[in-house]
Structure formats: structure tokens, C-alpha cells
Design a protein around this ligand. Structure first.
Ligand SMILES: Nc1ncnc2c1ncn2[C@@H]1O[C@H](COP(=O)(O)OP(=O)(O)OP(=O)(O)O)[C@@H](O)[C@H]1O
Ligand SMILES: [Mg+2]
Length: 311
């Protein structure tokens, strides 16, 4: 059995303009120790998918399907049971440490509080552990830095603090949402190295735009387009043999691959295109792509693609 098995997940957000169908019929599995990358253009539903797992979404959101974690369907747990899962089992490392860290609390105290909450330790022991955590994420002079406030930390350092907070509960699964966004290349690579180290014995869903980073960290990659998964394969397969026209376009739009953008815009998730959601932007689109919705096809070697070209 996988650590996490998502089946037919749909996450819909009601808004004034209509229902945003942010996640549609997504199936996904994460094994013990597996690092799975989730990539796709802005607004395709990556963060909503990640937050559906820990159910950290506004109350009006409708989540349906199954999210089975260690044999339990998280969508059937009550809030109390879910809080325990969030605390002890699944940690989220989010996009923007500036908004996730409390500006008026010392960094050491914030981590100690997280540790106390999740592990029920007394203040002194939690404080000692917080300093060890700072050391484990390679923050120099951890005892001194523990007494500083978030604004005294650089962007990369803040990201390290976020990683330390995420690890405070010793989770089996980490959901990391763009942890390297906005960092310059040297710092980014340091964070990537750190993430690799701290996830050696854990599983991770790694959400990113940055394929270079995904390639360094992930075993497998899932490609998302307009709320759906359109391709899934081992990381080197995705790079060597991208099959979905969207994945090919996404790769070609990268700076070191020619910077050629995919024509057109990503579609509305309130009223997505009929048939294959990518057809209005696809160079290979045929009549059937407009009318029929393609199923995910198994190509072999654990490679899946949602496209009639391979029918
Ligand atoms: N709170 C919300 N209310 C209404 N719509 C939302 C809300 N949050 C997200 N959405 C919409 O849901 C869709 C998916 O958003 P999501 O944040 O998951 O995208 P993403 O793939 O993470 O993008 P990015 O790469 O920019 O982070 C988008 O169309 C977005 O506008
Ligand atoms: Mg996002």
C-alpha cells in the first residue's frame, strides 16, 4: 500500500463568478520515501491540490474523492483527527516565509512553540530542540539566531527556518509548495541540497514551476494542466521523452530550452474548454480533441499521458 493514495479528487471553490474547478478527477500516489514533483503553469491548481490533502482551505470549498493516508481516508476525519495528522504526520512548507512566520516572535520561540504543540514537550526541552533544528537546517550560530526576529533573517535563512518548522513534528510526508521561489540561484541550490538531506527518510510532494529544481529532487513528476493531470512519469523520462504537447511546450518555454512560450493563455477553471482542456492551444489538435475528453493512457515504463495522439 502507498503512503498516500489520492483517488478521483475534486476540489471546487465557489466564487461570485461561478465555481472554480481547481482540481478535477486527480489520481495520484506517493510511496514511502518517494519525492513526487507537481508541475504546471500558474493557476493550474497545484497549491489547491496540495492544500486539499491537509484540508487547509476555506470552509466553502467542496472536496470530494478519496485521500487515503496510511490506510485512513483524510476526507472522512473530523477536524480534531485532522489536526493531529497536520501536526504529526504531514507538514506543509509554504511558498512565502514572510507571511508564514510571525514577525513579532523570535525565531527560536516560534520553532519551540511548534515543537511543544506537536510533541508535548516542556518549554526548556522544546527550546533545546528548536536550537538543534536550526543547526540541522545549517543556520550558523543557532543559539544566537534563535533570539532574533524573522526580519533579521535573509530570504534563504527564512526558508531554512520554515523547513525547520516543517520538520518540528517529524512528519512522514512533506508538502512543499514552491519553497525556492524568489531565491537567487546560489541560495536556491543550497535549499535544494538541504531539502534533499532532510527528506532522505521521508516522502514529499514538491510543488514547483522550476523544473531544474524538480529534476534535482524528485523521483517522479506529475504534470498538471487546468486542474487535471496530463502526464506522469519518472523524472528523467519527463525530460528525455515528454509526450503530452503541453509538457513539451512547458519544457520549451524554459530559459535554457529556448524560452519559447506556449501560445494562448491558460483557460478559466470556472468554464474550462470542452474535450481536451489543452486543445485550444495545441498544435496537434484534431476534431475529436474538441469534443471528447481524453483518458489517461498507460504508455509503459510507468509513463502515463492524457492525449489522443497516443491512442
Ligand atoms: N481562495 C480562492 N478563491 C477562489 N479561487 C481560488 C482561490 N484560491 C485559488 N483559486 C483559483 O484556483 C485555481 C488554482 O489555483 P492554485 O493556487 O492552486 O494555482 P497554482 O497552480 O498553485 O498556481 P501558482 O503556480 O501561481 O502558485 C486558480 O484559478 C485560482 O485563481
Ligand atoms: Mg501555487
Amino acid at each position: 500500500m502507498s503512503l498516500l493514495q489520492i483517488t478521483n479528487l475534486r476540489t471546487w471553490i465557489p466564487t461570485r463568478d461561478g465555481i472554480v474547478k481547481a482540481v478535477n478527477a486527480v489520481d495520484l500516489e506517493i510511496e514511502d520515501n518517494e519525492k513526487l514533483g507537481l508541475i504546471g503553469e500558474t493557476g493550474c491548481g497545484k497549491s489547491i491540490l496540495g492544500m486539499s490533502i491537509t484540508r487547509l482551505l476555506q470552509p466553502s470549498t467542496k472536496i470530494a474523492g478519496e485521500i487515503v493516508y496510511k490506510g485512513k481516508d483524510l476526507l472522512r476525519l473530523n477536524e480534531e483527527e485532522m489536526r493531529k495528522i497536520r501536526g504529526k504526520e504531514i507538514a506543509m512548507i509554504l511558498q512565502n516565509p514572510t507571511t508564514s512566520l510571525n514577525p513579532v516572535l523570535k525565531v527560536g520561540d516560534q520553532i519551540a512553540e511548534a515543537i511543544r504543540l506537536h510533541q508535548g514537550l516542556d518549554k526548556r526541552t522544546a527550546r533545546k530542540e528548536a536550537i538543534e533544528m536550526l543547526e540541522s537546517v545549517k543556520i550558523p550560530l543557532p543559539e544566537k539566531r534563535a533570539n532574533e526576529y524573522p526580519h533579521e533573517f535573509s530570504g534563504g535563512m527564512k526558508e531554512r527556518v520554515m523547513i525547520a518548522m516543517g520538520l518540528a513534528c517529524d512528519p512522514s510526508l512533506i508538502i512543499a509548495d514552491e519553497p525556492t521561489k524568489g531565491l537567487d540561484i546560489t541560495i536556491k541550490m543550497q535549499i535544494v541540497k538541504l531539502m534533499k538531506e532532510v527528506t532522505k527518510q521521508r516522502s514529499m510532494l514538491f510543488i514547483t514551476h522550476d523544473l531544474g529544481v524538480a529534476a534535482k529532487i524528485c523521483d517522479n513528476i506529475a504534470v498538471m494542466y487546468a486542474g487535471e493531470l496530463v502526464e506522469y512519469a519518472k523524472t528523467d523520462e519527463i525530460f528525455k521523452k515528454p509526450m503530452h504537447p503541453y509538457t513539451q511546450g512547458f519544457l520549451n518555454s524554459l530559459p535554457n530550452m529556448g524560452l519559447k512560450p506556449i501560445r494562448g493563455l491558460s483557460p478559466s477553471l470556472i468554464d474550462p474548454p470542452s474535450g481536451c482542456r489543452f486543445h485550444p492551444r495545441c498544435d496537434y489538435a484534431e476534431e475529436r480533441c474538441k469534443n471528447r475528453h481524453p483518458e489517461m493512457l498507460i504508455i509503459g515504463n510507468g509513463h502515463y499521458v492524457r492525449c489522443f495522439l497516443y491512442d
